[in-house]
Write a protein that binds this ligand. Structure first.
Ligand code: G3H
Ligand code: 13P
Ligand code: ZN
Length: 337
């Protein structure tokens, strides 16, 4: 089936009470890992590309790899989503290329670091909603800012400095018409989220619940949702890596979020760690090897295992067959009316 709109997958997820993992990709092996996990679990899929990923893959390579995914797995509904679009132009270029969903991250200025004003955020997001919805493409906005800057997106700090204000969230959705809303409840991008094991108090779940109660029809998105598992940290460090002790978002907290309106869960770091650990292991144990397939295959397998575990934990496993594709054109018509 052709790429589908994210709105469709998230509406289905809301009906079924589950969440959908959104996994970042930059290359063929990462796309293959996600698709293998999805076919093994019969999951609907959200594949997302950052600006960095689009530039790394020269855009067209990534796009055509995604088309290959739809050809090889015609029975699986797949969304291609722009992660952290930093401007209207970035989102427009994604829509023009065939992405079926875009994030306009107007919570930050175009540099991806400086927190913006509410008015700026509304203005750029509204503009993207207009041009995206005219083509049936889904829009995710963000209100509040995530912490962390190590991967280039985020306001820095520990993620608690720019938490989402529920009143602003309600006003933002009203003024922009976004389909999905990323909220800041204490998560941050990258591996260094928490310096001790998070307790039930670490993430601001009560804020999430308040937002969901006031915006029951808006799909909530959790960014910075890697769990940074200890076993992946250990593999990296065992084979020469130098990660400092760190903690991520417990899967149980994400599951609590899913019970309270979270429909899209962004995961990148865990997959990066799985890939790095697997490659380091081959390099350390078989230094005579130099065929990239000897380390890229285990790397792909390691990422597949992470994706599979998340797909099962988020509840999207087994849901693919229930989704009958609706074209973006039909969505465009629906948005118009
Ligand atoms: O939130 C960002 C994702 O982890 C992608 O990061 O910009 O380094 O590709 P990137
Ligand atoms: P992690 O760094 O926790 O994987 O978050 C990724 C993300 O939010 C991408 O938008
Ligand atoms: Zn993010």
């Amino acid at each position: 089936m052709p790429l589908v709109s994210m709105r469709q997958l998230l509406d289905e997820a809301a009906k079924g009470g589950y969440g959908v993992g959104a996994f970042n990709v930059n290359n063929m092996e990462q796309i293959q890992a996600i698709m293998e996990a999805a076919t093994e679990t019969q999951s609907p899929v959200i594949v997302q590309a950052s600006r960095g990923a689009r530039s790394y893959s020269q855009d067209r390579f990534l796009y055509h790899l995604m088309i290959a995914a739809t050809e090889i797995y015609p029975e699986l509904p797949i969304v291609l989503h722009q992660d952290h679009g930093n401007s209207v132009a970035t989102c427009k270029s994604a829509i023009d290329m065939g992405f079926t969903s875009v994030m306009m991250d107007g919570s930050l200025m175009e540099d991806g670091k400086t927190p913006s004003s509410f008015e700026y955020n509304v203005k750029v997001t509204r503009e993207v909603v207009e041009l995206a919805h005219a083509k049936g493409v889904t829009v995710e906005g963000e209100i509040g800012c995530l912490g962390g800057i190590e991967d280039g997106h985020g306001a820095g700090g520990d993620g608690l400095e720019h938490l989402t204000d529920p009143d602003q969230a309600v006003e933002f959705v009203k003024q922009t018409g976004v389909d999905a809303l990323a909220i800041a409840i204490g998560t941050s991008h990258g591996a260094y989220k928490f310096s001790s094991k998070p307790t039930g108090e670490t993430l601001k779940m009560e804020t999430l619940i308040q937002i969901h109660n006031r915006l029951p029809g808006t799909h909530l998105v959790m960014h910075g949702s890697s769990s940074v598992p200890k076993d992946l940290q250990d593999i990296i460090n065992q084979y020469g890596g130098k990660l400092k002790p760190t903690w991520g978002v417990p899967v149980e907290e994400i599951q609590l979020g899913i019970k309270n309106g979270v429909r899209k869960i962004n995961v990148d770091t865990d997959n990066r760690m799985a890939i790095t650990g697997a490659i380091r292991k081959v390099f350390a144990e078989a230094p005579e090897k130099f065929d990239p397939r000897d380390y890229l295959k285990p790397a792909r397998d390691a990422m597949r295992a992470v994706c599979k575990a998340r797909m099962v934990a988020f509840g999207q496993a087994g849901q693919a067959g229930k989704i009958k594709p609706v074209s973006c054109r039909e969505y465009a018509r629906a948005y118009q009316s």
